[in-house]
Design a protein around this ligand. Structure first.
Ligand SMILES: [Zn+2]
Length: 412
C-alpha cells in the first residue's frame, strides 16, 4: 500500500506570488519549521536565480550539519539542460531537483508560438533529466505544467519516458486549478497504474478545490498502487488564488470520514506545529490568517450562538471535529502592552542585550554581543519588520549561516 508524503512549496510557489515575498532568513526559518513538523521535502528555491545562491548553499550546509534533517531540500528549475547546468554550477551541493515544462497543447502553442511541438517538449525534458542525473542528482522530479489540460495519452507518454530516463516522481500540476476531485482521482490513479511511478499532486485554488483535489488525487495514486506526494503551502499562499493549504491537507487526511484508515502518511506529521508555522508565515509574508481558516483561523474554535455554545460546553465533540490543542493552540501568548524594545536596523547594544536577555540568551563578552547585533541589524534591513524570537535565536546560534543568508552582493 502506497503512503503519503508532503512536499511544501511555500519557498518556491509561495514566494513567486504577486505582491508577496520572504527574506532569505524567513525562508530558512520556514525550512526549519517544516522540518520540525515532519514534512518530507521543502521545495526551497530557485538554484538558477543568483540572489538565491547564498541562501540555498547555507541551507544545504545546515542540512549537512544535521540541523535541517531529515527534511529534503529540492531546487526548482525549468526542464532544460542549460538550466540544470546553471543550477549545478551556482549550487554544486544541490542533490534534489524538480524540473518543470509545459505539456498542454494550450501552453505549447501559446508559449512557444509554433516554435515547438510535443516531440520537442519530450526531447527537452529528457535532456534535462539526463543532465541532472549526470550531475549526480539523488532525486529528480519531473513536473508536467498544466497537466490537467494535457491530452491524457501524451501525459502518459511523457511520464513513462521520464521514468525510463530515471526520474523518481511525476508531478501532476493542476496549474490553473481546473480539475475537480473526481477527475483528479481518476487521472492520478491511471497515471500510477499505467506509468508505475510515484505521482505528486500540485493543485491550485482558482475554483476553491485545491485541498479537495490534492486529497482525491492522493487517494487515486495510492489506489493505483503508488506512493503519493502532495504539494502544499503554508496558509495556502501561492500564485493567484493560492495552493493547497498545508494544515488543511493534513487535517483532511487525518480527520475526514474514513480516510485515515486507508491513506496514511509515510512519516509522522506533528500537527502541533500548525499554530506556530502558520503564525510565522503570516507575519513573514505580512498576510493575515483569514478568520475562518481551517484549524488556525481565529474562529476555528469560537462559538457564540446559544445552541452551539451550550453544546460545546457540555461536550466539545458536539461542535468540534478536533481539539485545538492538537494544532498547538491554547498556550497563552505574551503580548507587550506597555514599554517595548524591539530589534531594528539601527538597534544599539543595550537594547539588543535587553531583548536577548529576556530570551535568556547571554553573551560571554561585549564583542560577541556586538557581532550578533551587527547580523541582526542586517537581518532587519532585509525583513523591514522586527525579528521574532526564533529568528534572533537562530542568528545567535548560527552566526556564520546567518552571515551567508544576509549576503546579497550580486555575484560576478
Ligand atoms: Zn503552482
Amino acid at each position: 500500500m502506497g503512503k503519503i508524503y508532503l512536499i511544501d512549496v511555500t519557498n518556491r510557489d509561495g514566494v513567486q506570488t504577486a505582491r508577496l515575498g520572504l527574506s532569505k532568513l524567513a525562508k530558512t526559518m520556514i525550512n526549519m519549521y517544516l522540518n520540525e513538523m515532519g514534512v518530507y521535502q521543502s521545495e526551497f528555491g530557485f538554484p538558477t536565480t543568483r540572489h538565491e545562491s547564498h541562501y540555498l548553499r547555507a541551507n544545504l550546509r545546515l542540512q549537512e550539519m544535521g540541523v535541517l534533517q531529515p527534511i529534503r531540500l529540492a531546487g526548482w528549475m525549468r526542464a532544460t539542460a542549460e538550466d540544470v547546468k546553471r543550477a549545478f554550477e551556482l549550487v554544486p551541493e544541490i542533490k534534489d531537483v524538480n524540473l518543470s515544462i509545459s505539456t498542454s497543447s494550450q501552453m505549447i502553442r501559446g508559449k512557444f508560438q509554433g516554435a515547438k511541438v510535443e516531440e520537442d517538449i519530450l526531447m527537452m525534458a529528457m535532456e534535462a533529466i539526463d543532465a541532472a542525473k549526470a550531475y549526480g542528482a539523488q532525486s529528480v522530479g519531473m513536473n508536467a505544467e498544466d497537466a490537467s489540460r494535457t491530452d491524457t495519452e501524451f501525459l502518459l507518454r511523457f511520464a513513462s519516458l521520464a521514468k525510463e530516463h530515471g526520474a523518481d516522481r511525476f508531478r501532476y500540476c493542476d496549474t490553473l486549478g481546473y480539475d475537480n476531485p473526481f477527475i483528479t482521482y481518476d487521472t492520478c490513479k491511471l497515471l500510477a497504474q499505467e506509468v508505475g511511478m510515484p505521482v505528486e499532486l500540485h493543485c491550485h485554488g482558482d475554483l476553491g478545490m485545491a485541498v479537495a483535489n490534492s486529497v482525491a488525487g492522493a487517494m487515486g495514486v495510492i489506489d493505483g498502487g503508488q506512493d503519493a506526494y502532495v504539494n502544499t503551502t503554508i496558509n495556502g499562499i501561492g500564485e493567484r488564488a493560492g495552493n493547497a493549504d498545508l494544515v488543511a491537507v493534513v487535517l483532511a487526511l487525518k480527520k475526514s470520514r474514513g480516510l485515515a484508515k486507508k491513506y496514511k502518511f509515510a512519516m509522522p506529521i506533528r500537527l502541533s506545529m500548525a499554530w506556530k508555522i502558520c503564525k510565522y508565515a503570516s507575519y513573514a509574508f505580512n498576510v493575515p490568517i483569514p478568520i475562518n481558516q481551517p484549524g488556525v483561523g481565529a474562529n476555528a474554535f469560537a462559538h457564540s450562538s446559544g445552541i452551539h455554545a451550550d453544546g460545546v460546553l457540555k461536550d466539545p465533540q458536539n461542535y468540534e471535529l478536533y481539539d485545538f490543542k492538537e494544532l498547538g493552540r491554547g498556550e497563552p501568548e505574551m503580548v507587550e502592552t506597555g514599554r517595548e524594545i524591539s530589534s531594528g536596523q539601527y538597534s544599539g547594544i543595550s537594547g539588543f542585550r535587553h531583548i536577548m536577555g529576556k530570551m535568556e540568551i547571554n553573551f560571554e563578552s561585549r564583542g560577541d554581543a556586538e557581532e550578533i547585533l551587527e547580523l541582526v541589524r542586517y537581518a532587519n534591513v532585509l525583513a523591514q519588520e522586527p525579528l521574532v524570537a526564533d529568528e534572533l535565536r537562530f542568528i545567535a546560534k548560527y552566526p556564520d549561516i546567518a552571515r551567508e543568508l544576509l549576503t546579497l552582493t550580486p555575484l560576478s
